[in-house]
Design a protein around this ligand. Structure first.
Ligand SMILES: [Zn+2]
Length: 123
């Protein structure tokens, strides 16, 4: 099998489309996400179950922890370079941190979801 995108998924959304735009990995309809980082129960369009395949528990710490460390290091580095006022720091990190963590969680969950669906032959 070639690296990266495989040929048998043409016409279906990839991990990026699933993670960022919430497209169903099977039919491409919107509605993969019920919350910021929570999968919907099932696809409203094709009925594919998402929640049953949702990765849970400590596995997600492996995604969140390195990102948190990177963000802390980025915050320290930024503070070395420019001395931003406190209101700017609160605004910057208050929006950047939830956004980065949400996108990373969605990427991880979409990756695991698609791997599990593929394994069960549902894609
Ligand atoms: Zn669907």
């Amino acid at each position: 099998m070639p690296e990266g995108k495989s040929q048998n998924t043409k016409g279906q959304p990839g991990i990026t489309q699933a993670a960022l735009f919430g497209l169903c990995p099977r039919c491409g309809a919107k509605g993969l996400w019920a919350g910021l980082g929570a999968l919907a129960e099932r696809c409203a369009s094709c009925g594919l179950e998402f929640e049953r395949h949702e990765p849970r528990g400590r596995g997600m710490y492996l995604v969140v922890l390195p990102i948190t460390i990177l963000l802390v290091l980025a915050a320290l580095k930024l503070d070395d370079i420019v001395q931003l006022p406190i209101w700017a720091l609160i605004g910057l990190w208050g929006t950047l941190v939830p956004a980065v963590v949400t996108v990373a969680l969605r990427y991880a969950k979409a990756t695991v979801l698609m791997a599990r669906l593929e394994k069960e032959g549902l894609l």
